[in-house]
Ligand binder design. Structure first.
Ligand SMILES: [Zn+2]
Ligand SMILES: [Zn+2]
Length: 402
């Protein structure tokens, strides 16, 4: 491994500054120097990026899969292959999401994810597991299979945390379920990020779960309610989850970077109402992501879907079902390009939603998530369209466009 790499002649999105023409010097995998004048710097390897953008690598804290790789089904070898695919789209850290399933399956899959992290070349991309389901509300379950949904029984929670708690980063659950406050406390106590999702929680139920340590919301505006009419007074609206999570500044909000899943005005709204470090873009992407439009996929249960403009849609003989939305297939670079377009943010501000902000929510902002001296050189070189040219993981070039 080259010990010193100078990446120069780029537009640098540093943590605190934007340099229209600058450099980043990497030493032993970490960022050693950032600035505007590289004429006196001599490194073993020099990469002139000719005016491209030098950005922090992207962090996707909610994704189920990419191409033909699925965090709920693939073995360690295929998961590693998937990590390489993420790097194509500028991602330098992911949290792999599972789906509602029997606990034995979730636990054995978490163990496979743990094994994939051992890979020398790409293992560092994989932060761990996001447990999404089975502790969700049936009415807001989305793509989660109804027969698998459960309330958080203490034995199940203890078993999951004892067997694979070390590799779990985040857990999405509905705050109104029995034992949910206890569950939130168990997670907070262990340093696992509890997150609110697939829920009909009221304002009060959301407040209680925040008190128990929950600091994040899973895909707001997908599988969650805003206001509801009061049962006591006609036409009077009751505050709901959205009001609580907007009101508490310490809670970060995640949006899927997709205009089908999140109507465009919500991007501007969340940008306006949340503090600068509490807004996060995710892909929530499924198998099929990164494949060309029109690609068809067949699931194990026989259902067929096709890829279309960053989403997956149903193939069915029934015209009422054919074309129905089944999930997201957006990549992080496209999600960020859209965010920038919908909000009119600068490159620096838009990229925060997919780098330092998820790093902050996950508690890894001291080591990655921004271009700052001493942090890992997790970098991505992109053009104005967010097309990825190179990706560096801890100072090592892991992807380069041919
Ligand atoms: Zn979900
Ligand atoms: Zn998901």
């Amino acid at each position: 491994m080259t010990e010193e790499i100078l990446i120069c002649n780029g537009r640098v999105i540093a943590e605190t500054h934007y340099l229209p023409k600058g450099y980043v010097l990497i030493k032993n995998g970490k960022i050693a120097s950032i600035g505007e004048d590289w004429s006196e710097i001599f490194a073993e390897e020099v990469i002139d990026v000719q005016g491209l953008i030098i950005s922090p690598g992207f962090i996707d804290m909610h994704t189920h899969g990419i191409k033909d790789v699925d965090f709920m089904e693939s073995d360690p070898e295929n998961i590693v292959r998937g990590l390489f695919e993420y790097a194509h789209f500028g991602v330098t850290r992911v949290v792999g999401s599972t789906l509602s399933n029997p606990f034995e399956q979730i636990i054995s899959q978490a163990k496979r994810i743990r094994a994939a992290r051992e890979n020398r070349d790409y293992g560092d991309i994989l932060l761990g597991v996001h447990i999404e389901g089975p502790w969700l509300i049936p009415s807001q379950r989305g793509g989660h299979a109804l027969p698998y949904l459960r309330v958080p029984e203490k034995d199940d929670v203890n078993r999951l945390l004892n067997e694979v708690g070390d590799v779990i980063r985040t857990v999405t659950f509905a705050p109104e379920l029995p034992n949910a406050v206890w569950l939130a406390e168990q997670l907070s106590y262990r340093g696992i990020v509890g997150t609110i999702g697939h829920t009909e929680a009221s304002f009060e139920e959301t407040e209680k779960i925040i008190l128990a340590g929950v600091r994040h919301v899973t895909h707001l505006y997908d599988g969650s309610h805003g206001f509801k009419e009061s049962p006591n007074e006609a036409l009077v609206m009751m505050p709901g989850l959205e009001t609580a999570v907007v009101m508490y500044d310490d809670v970060s909000i995640e949006l899927i970077g997709c205009p089908v899943h999140v109507p465009k005005p919500f991007f501007r709204y969340i940008d306006k109402v949340k503090p600068r470090n509490k807004k996060v873009i995710v892909t929530d992407s499924l198998v099929g992501t990164g494949m060309p439009d029109g690609t068809t996929l067949t699931y194990r249960d026989g259902r067929k879907v096709y890829v279309s403009e960053g989403v997956l849609r149903m193939i069915d003989d029934d015209p009422n079902i054919h074309g129905n939305l089944t999930g997201s297939a957006v990549t992080m670079n496209v999600a960020l390009r859209r965010l920038k377009e919908y909000t009119n943010l600068s490159f620096s501000e838009a990229i925060r939603w997919g780098s330092i902000n998820p790093a902050t929510t996950l508690g890894i902002d001291n080591e990655t998530g921004s271009i700052s001296i001493g942090k890992y050189a997790d970098l991505v070189i992109i053009d104005e369209e967010f097309d990825v040219k190179m990706t560096f993981l801890k100072g090592k070039l892991v992807y380069k466009i041919h």
